[in-house]
Design a binder for this molecule. Structure first.
Ligand code: ZN
Length: 405
């Protein structure tokens, strides 16, 4: 073969690959026009503290480190997000509980006021069915979740208050144990061996109100306690699979089988460390360890302290960049759930703006890459519709129905 022929054949091969990619991208666009896509966990309200962040404008990831705004959701074909009212675990005392409750109320207020600034771009939704209607108006949907039940303190009435402010799920705990249950990652180990007595009341109250129970972050034994007690199916708003990435935050096979029995859904979390075990990087690990110690593992921080800690965290990310997991790695988790318990129990919860993000899905504008990877693996439109939203919406509707009985 002459050199010219060789170059021509390479160019031809490249042309075929590019046109295949374009075909898949077009196919993904067509599918997204006919389904609803929901990301069930983001910590975007944390960005409302940043003076330069504007949810109604395109924020560049490289300069802002933010991963969600309405223009980028549109570009990535993402119709709906759950934004979390997140309060890190602090002191479990009357004073600590009050502080956490006030903080949660502040975030609720900021969330409503920021979203309501852009009535032409987005709406806050309260019911499972709202997302279809809001999409038909060409707008983005925002649902509200509460990450960490700590701000309800020891008062069940606060669950109703949060419900009335628009929250539709509560993640029972965060990285440490609280008064409700044990966490999967508390270094002190279990305190209740599952749910506390108060936690049992919380589960019953959530069922009664129609508040979805989110089991992400909780310990394995707390998970089984919840399944035993809950009348409604549950969600893991952002959790992945232990068989692929052995992390206590992820689900093992036994938990997956129990999930199927419950009729719930696991929303695969695309935080790199939960998708693929990171390669050893001791300098980075020790720098981040120092940072965690300095900022008390993100617990009990004031707004100002949280801002400062976040800036330092970002600086370290820049200083010690790490190879992130890819969309293909994340879809391995989806495949695993589908193979193990079927197509009806899996979805996506990115944890964007709370640590989530992949090499080729760094922000909302790149969400469609997940659909393209699903197409490459042979998933059809009906499958993709379930993964992107219908599985989660089925649980949401059941929770609503059980509450109205
Ligand atoms: Zn989380």
């Amino acid at each position: 073969m002459t050199n010219l022929l060789r170059i021509a054949s390479v160019l031809f091969a490249l042309l075929i690959i590019t046109s295949c990619e374009q075909d898949l991208s077009k196919k993904a666009d067509k599918i997204h026009a006919q389904i609803v896509s929901i990301d069930t966990h983001t910590d975007t309200p944390l960005n409302f503290l940043e003076p330069d962040f504007d949810i109604g404008k395109w924020n560049n990831y490289d300069s802002s480190y933010s991963r969600i705004d309405f223009p980028r959701m549109k570009a990535g074909k993402l119709d709906a997000v759950f934004m979390a009212v997140f309060v890190g675990q602090g002191e479990r005392s009357e004073e600590g509980n009050l502080k956490a409750n006030n903080r949660a109320l502040e975030i609720f207020e900021a969330l409503h006021s920021k979203i309501n600034q852009y009535p032409e771009q987005a709406e806050i939704a309260l019911k499972a069915k709202d997302v279809y209607q809001i999409k038909s108006k060409g707008k983005s949907t925002v649902y509200i979740g509460v990450e960490n039940a700590y701000p309800i303190g020891n008062d069940l009435n606060n669950i109703k208050s949060f419900y009335d402010l628009g929250a539709r799920y509560i993640t029972l705990c965060h990285t440490s144990n609280n008064d409700i249950c044990d966490s999967s990652t508390d270094k002190k180990g279990p305190e209740f061996n599952g749910l506390s007595t108060f936690g049992e009341e919380v589960v019953k109250e959530m069922n009664q109100l129609g508040m979805i129970i989110d089991v992400s972050h909780i310990s394995d034994s707390a998970y089984y306690d919840v399944l035993k007690l809950s009348k409604a199916p549950i969600i893991a708003s952002h959790s992945s699979v232990r068989a692929i990435c052995d992390n206590p935050r992820n689900f093992d096979d036994k938990m997956l089988y129990a999930l199927k029995e419950n009729g719930g859904v696991i929303q695969i979390c695309i935080l790199s460390d939960y998708i693929k075990e990171p390669a050893p990087y001791p300098e980075r690990d020790s720098a981040f360890q120092q940072l965690r110690i300095k900022w008390n593992n993100w617990q009990g921080l004031s707004e100002e302290e949280y801002k400062q800690a976040s800036h330092e965290w970002r600086a370290l990310q820049k200083k010690y960049p790490r190879e992130l997991a890819t969309v293909a790695d994340a879809v391995d988790h989806i495949d695993y759930v589908v193979k193990t318990i079927g197509i009806d129990y899996v979805g996506i919860g990115t944890d964007f703006d709370g640590g989530g993000g992949l090499k080729d899905c760094k922000d909302a504008s790149e969400m469609k890459n997940i659909t393209i990877e699903l197409l490459k693996r042979g998933y059809n439109q009906e499958d993709i519709k379930r993964i992107w939203g219908e599985n989660f919406l089925r649980v949401f509707r059941e929770v609503e129905q059980i509450a109205s009985r």
